[in-house]
Structure formats: C-alpha cells, structure tokens
Design a protein around this ligand. Structure first.
Ligand code: ACO
Ligand code: ZN
Length: 161
C-alpha cells in the first residue's frame, strides 16, 4: 500500500521508522510511550501502523491496535480497532494528511474483521474532534481525569459497515 497526497506519501511503517515516529510524537503530543510499546503495537498489527513521509522523512503517523471487547454501540462482544495515537507535525497540518491516515486505517481495520473503531481524545482538542466528527465518529461517553494532567477524555467511535 502506498498513496500519494500531493508531495507526501502515505504507507505502512517498517520497524526502522519507529524512532522517527517517536520524534513526531514527542513534538506533537503530551502522551509519550516507550520504544517497547511502539514495537509491541507494530508487531501486533504492522499493516495498521501507518506513516506519512515527505522526501523520506516521517511527518505524520497513526498506530492502531486490534482488540476484542464490548461494543461501543450495544452490549455485544465485538472485534474493534483502537486508534492508539495519530499526529501530524504542525507545519504539515491542514493538508488532508490526518484525514488520509484515518481513512486508510479504517479500511485496514475493517479488512481485519472489525465492526467498529474507537479512540480517546482530550475534550479540548478541537482540531482532532473536528477531524473525527468529519469522518463519522460520534462521542460515546466521557472518561473523567483520563489524562495525567487531569483532563477528561471523550471516547469516540464509528461503526465500520
Ligand atoms: N482547527 C480546527 N480544525 C482543524 C484544524 C485546526 N487548526 N486543523 C484541522 N482541522 C480539522 C478540519 O475540520 C479538517 O477538515 P477539513 O480540512 O476537511 O475541514 C480536519 O481537521 C482534518 O484535517 P487534516 O488536514 O486531514 O488533518 P491534519 O493533517 O491537520 O491532522 C491532527 C489532524 C492529526 C489532529 C493534527 O491536528 C495533529 O497532529 N494534532 C496534534 C496531535 C493530536 O492532537 N493528535 C490527536 C490526539 S487523539 C488520538 O491520538 C486518538
Ligand atoms: Zn486509547
């Protein structure tokens, strides 16, 4: 899989991209993870670990996990995709990269037998909330004090038909 978005390339990460992904994460989000965590996510669902590159350099990423658990839309047990983290470097935002990442991940998550996708997001994160709403996610519930600084999270989810 490889998709051009203007001068950018959206593709599946390889394991060597992880350190660059970690740098993008450090520059864009307060939630950081160990290298072990990234590797575990990668090994569990490599084709769901996506990067956007410009001239070979990672400028955005999305990593996902395949899970089984209660549906966000009922009381049945389902296979679902979890958007663990998505980010684009600030100077490359508003060019459709976040949209392209999420659209591709939804395709892959669905191909892997999941009937829904979900994520947690800070209730103050307007750009992310707009992106998720635009792509059909709805707010399912609020988790109080989800983040280490005490901010609440929305759980947002979308059915994959
Ligand atoms: N203010 C308000 N809305 C915005 C903004 C902004 N500054 N930027 C983008 N949007 C909205 C718009 O609705 C846009 O849709 P449209 O252009 O069709 O109207 C939509 O977001 C998507 O824009 P894209 O260009 O596709 O997304 P972008 O490449 O800018 O990436 C992202 C969006 C990933 C949320 C980016 O802002 C980012 O990296 N933010 C910092 C990291 C972050 O907050 N990640 C999400 C945390 S939650 C989680 O990871 C599950
Ligand atoms: Zn999460």
């Amino acid at each position: 899989m490889q998709q051009a978005i203007g001068p950018y390339l959206l593709l599946e990460a390889n394991e060597d991209d992880i350190w660059e992904v970690m740098n993008v994460n450090e520059a864009t989000l307060p939630e950081h993870y160990t290298q072990e965590f990234y590797r575990e996510i990668y090994e569990n669902f490599p084709e769901g670990f996506l990067v956007v590159k410009l001239n070979g350099k990672v400028v955005g990423y999305e990593m996902n996990r395949l899970e089984r658990g209660l549906s966000n839309f009922g009381f049945n047990f389902v296979k679902k995709g979890h958007v663990v983290s998505i980010a684009v470097l600030e100077e490359h935002r508003n060019r459709g990269l976040g949209t392209a990442l999420l659209n591709e991940s939804m395709k892959k998550i669905k191909e892997n037998g999941c009937s829904e996708i979900y994520l947690e997001v800070r209730t103050s994160n307007d750009p992310a909330l707009k992106l998720y709403s635009k792509l059909g996610f709805t707010i399912i519930r609020t988790i109080p004090y989800y983040y280490s600084d005490g901010e609440n999270a929305y759980v947002m989810a979308k059915k994959l038909q």
